[in-house]
Design a protein. Structure first.
Lengths: 197, 197
């Protein structure tokens, strides 16, 4: 019964994860209070999605200005930290303790969800391993799937002859990397260990 | 550290009520999965906000196609239901029990929040009272402020000589109209009573 243009706004919010009819309505009413300038900036923000893609090299998000990690020549080229998702790289960045390369898998191997090694960015990671790379730090989440992925990566990376470490102490098991506090992340980063299997 | 265009998306979601950095990020990642067509429809939805305004007659939302309630000539002109917010009118509509006019105050009188009668759509309501109007149903929420508003409306409407009723039994005190289940609303509508004071 709302005017069509207001309904369109509610429908948009209803597509978001965990947002039902009531919340979508509340969001729409809040957005209704926006100034014309704010609306213009939101239109730009939504339009901008079309310019966002995955970096072909590291798998992070990039827009038309390129990948923030790959274009930064001040970053250490000799170490690659492998994470499951873009959020995880951001979480590590926030610690301020790491200034090397990243590789975002955009997924983790999962038996239950049917995600296999070829479905995530493992091949592109192996392509990046050359004599410049001295260490690969596996920083997948401390979940079942994350651990499985770490073990698999350790195996294929060692075959390439590269030194492999894994974020270790500090990360409470079963938690998601994305939600770890910075101190815990720093501890896990400093205490990284070789995988023993 | 995200690309600028992705940050813009996160910033947009952070303006929504109850949405923090983590949730905004989650919403932005979900929206990133949109097709080009979906993005276009979202851009249209956001742009459409500029065409949404309050109906000068009843206070409901209208877009460039006019007010859905006021333009509907099949609706009973002899009865006006007064509600606090647009959501409340929608909640009543969903019961399917009412097919009269609405008047949306867009607020309720509140001593604590400093909202006075002149701050909400009471004057425009009084202007609508003429010989055609046989009944005004006060349907403000069963909260302190809603009750205060109902008592005030009852007084000024009776001075105009119109028959005034109030949604009554069924609405649990302290709850918001917007969240009442439909059966409770129908009960409250059927058992409406004259205000005794």
């Amino acid at each position: 019964m709302y005017p069509k243009k207001f309904e369109a706004l509610i429908r948009m919010f209803e597509t978001l994860p965990g947002v039902g009819a009531k919340t979508a309505q509340r969001y729409a009413f809040k957005m209704l209070e926006s100034t014309d300038e704010e609306i213009d900036s939101y239109v730009e923000a939504i339009r901008g999605i079309k310019d966002i893609a995955k970096c072909g090299r590291c798998g992070f998000l990039k827009d038309d200005e390129g990948c923030v990690f790959c274009k930064d020549k001040s970053r250490d080229q000799s170490v690659i930290m492998v994470v499951g998702y873009p959020q995880d790289a951001i979480a590590v960045e926030k610690t301020g303790s790491y200034h090397g390369q990243y590789h975002i898998l955009n997924g983790v191997i999962s038996a239950t969800k049917g995600v296999y090694p070829e479905d995530i960015g493992i091949e592109s990671l192996l392509k990046r391993i050359n004599e410049t790379v001295k260490e690969v730090i596996i920083a997948t989440s401390a979940t079942m799937d994350g651990e499985m992925t770490a073990l698999y990566l350790d195996k294929v990376l060692k075959e390439k002859g590269v030194y492999v470490t894994r974020l270790a102490h500090g990360l409470p098991m079963g938690s998601s990397l994305d939600y770890a506090d910075e101190l815990t992340l720093i501890k896990a980063f400093n205490n990284r260990t070789k995988i023993e299997q």
